[in-house]
Design a protein around this ligand. Structure first.
Ligand code: ZN
Length: 121
């Protein structure tokens, strides 16, 4: 979260910088400012590249953050038959907790195990 905020700030600053440089290149009309115009142009291009890079970096950071979100799964099993289901962990779940009755045989459903689902890479 903090990394993407910093990157947004950097890209904003670079945008302002490049706009001011473009304006500077346009506004400076004297003939002996040809060299500084070229310098302005190079700096502008550099700023644009950095801007593109920082936006790419922020996209990458967001993707990475999304892929590291872990899900906790509760495995529900029937004590009488082989019925089994998995659902997202709910606060208060613990192993051997009775969570209802089986839809197939009316036996007791218990939380058989709780595990962390590894994030997809
Ligand atoms: Zn059952």
């Amino acid at each position: 979260m903090k990394t993407s905020n910093v990157l947004t700030l950097i890209s904003m600053l670079l945008l302002i910088l490049s706009i001011s440089m473009i304006l500077g290149a346009i506004v400076a009309p004297t003939s002996d400012s040809r060299l500084s115009n070229t310098a302005f142009l190079i700096l502008t291009v550099l700023a644009m590249i950095m801007l593109a890079l920082s936006s790419l970096l922020s996209t990458y950071a967001k993707k990475k953050a999304a892929s590291t979100v872990q899900r906790t799964i509760s495995v529900i099993k029937c004590v009488k038959c082989n019925y089994q289901e998995e659902r997202d962990f709910q606060v208060g779940d613990y192993v051997l907790k009775k969570v209802g009755s089986c839809t197939k045989c009316a036996g007791t459903l218990i939380v058989a195990s709780i595990y962390l689902l590894s994030p997809k890479r």
